[in-house]
Design a protein around this ligand. Structure first.
Ligand SMILES: Cc1cc2nc3c(=O)[nH]c(=O)nc-3n(C[C@H](O)[C@H](O)[C@H](O)COP(=O)(O)OP(=O)(O)OC[C@H]3O[C@@H](n4cnc5c(N)ncnc54)[C@H](O)[C@@H]3O)c2cc1C
Length: 376
């Protein structure tokens, strides 16, 4: 199992429960991959080291699974944003609309109003900007979508595909819960504690600070690889594009911003958001506070890859690596890096469970375990 993130831990646990001997290696000095949390020794705040993670899912099996290893505390993600010198509620909802237009509209009235603002001359939106203008019109687009998207992706929204904005990003009620999912929460003792418990099995050996190299693949009956697909081949045909994040950490005595996530929609402010980590554990009390100012930029060779870009150029390179990987035997590429996709934690766990069951089935039938159990 290459990688001790959720993918490696969940597959490893499943196979260990079946009686297999599993070795999990990770190049980092901790388990849990990008979900890693640790307590700041000075303030006691649980810090989401690689950026904030909120668990949300409609998948009852996945929800039951994580609850076996951790007590989940109620948590709703309520995001605020600063735009034109005011604080607004996100996702854009009736409160945002009424505040922005200095109005007191009800749902039906607001819906008709936003429809009247939408640019109906755009019949076949091709770009993110056209799609947003088609949905919400110029005023809301410029205040809430344009600057943030440009900072997040590092290119103008006129160069991004319309597909990024799949549906109307506006609610005509006062629901400010960021996620729609039925089950939402935060692990009481953090994600790293949860992953340590998933990995706590007699059949599993964890080796941290251990980098896996493709040359070692033959030493194992089967390798599940949750590292970067292009990295498996030493990036010899080029690098799949990613965005990375820089976190400027700072501390504060007391409450800095009164909420967990404050977005900054304007291009003039270089960071995309400030996250205040103690508010991700609202059941705890801490006098001190730990905050991250978040900056997004293109990922370089030494940076941590966060968000796959997946535009046209990356798609063709990806197809190349996938075709090559499909000729491998004895290795399966899994997780967000192995399949070069953005995956929420619940999807990662779902795919890991399915992958482990597929492996179990191939052992029973003698069929070959494929290089991918999902489409990369
Ligand atoms: C900024 C950010 C915020 C997010 N917020 C949320 C959220 O709020 N809610 C949500 O559901 N999801 C969120 N996610 C997604 C979540 O991080 C992923 O679903 C999850 O981390 C995927 O787990 P994984 O095991 O596939 O990959 P990872 O967590 O990346 O684990 C892969 C591991 O493999 C190791 N590795 C790689 N190559 C090698 C090698 N050659 N040898 C040894 N080890 C290696 C790495 O060190 C790493 O620890 C967020 C992601 C990002 C980037």
């Amino acid at each position: 199992m290459v990688g001790a993130g959720l993918s490696g831990a969940v597959i490893g646990r499943h196979l260990a429960m079946l009686g297999h001997k599993v070795t999990v290696v990770d190049a980092r000095g901790h388990v849990a991959g990008n979900c890693h949390t640790e307590r700041d020794p000075a303030t006691g705040v649980m810090v989401h080291v690689y950026g904030p993670h909120i668990f949300h899912t409609d998948d009852a099996e996945v929800w039951d699974y994580v609850n076996r290893f951790q007590t989940f505390m109620p948590y709703k993600n309520r995001v605020k944003t600063i735009s034109r010198g005011e604080v607004f509620s996100l996702p854009v909802n009736l409160h945002t609309i009424n505040q922005f237009f200095r109005a007191t509209m009800g749902p039906a009235e607001a819906k008709a109003f936003i429809e009247s603002k939408a640019d109906t001359s755009i019949t076949d939106p091709q770009t993110f900007e056209e799609q947003a203008l088609r949905f919400v019109g110029r005023d809301l687009y410029e205040a809430f979508f344009k600057g943030y998207t440009q900072k997040q992706w590092g290119v103008s929204p006129t160069e991004l595909p319309a597909s990024i904005l799949k549906r109307l990003p506006v609610r005509f009620n006062y629901d400010d819960n960021y996620f729609f999912h039925k089950f939402q929460g935060m692990p009481r003792d953090g994600y790293t504690d949860m992953v340590e418990k998933i990995l706590d099995h007699d059949g599993i050996t964890v080796q941290l600070n251990t980098r896996f190299d493709r040359a070692q693949a033959g030493e194992w009956d089967h390798v599940f690889y949750s590292g970067p697909l292009d990295g498996y081949y030493g990036y010899d045909r080029g690098r799949l594009g990613y965005r990375t994040l820089d976190f400027e950490r700072f501390t504060h005595q007391g409450d800095y911003q009164g909420t967990a996530v404050m977005n900054y929609g304007e291009v003039a402010v270089p960071w995309t958001r400030i996250t205040e980590h103690k508010h991700f554990s609202p059941w705890e009390t801490h006098e001190g506070s730990v905050l991250y100012r978040e900056f997004s930029r293109l990922c370089g060779p030494e940076d941590i890859p966060y968000y796959p870009i997946r535009l046209t150029a990356e798609q063709s390179l990806l197809r190349d690596y996938v075709a090559r990987a499909e000729t491998e035997t004895g290795v399966t590429f899994v997780g967000r890096l192995g399949t070069y996709r953005y995956l929420d934690m619940d999807v990662t766990i779902r795919e890991a469970l399915d992958c482990a069951r597929r492996f179990e089935a191939t052992l029973a039938t003698g069929e070959r375990m494929p290089a991918f159990t999902v489409k990369a």
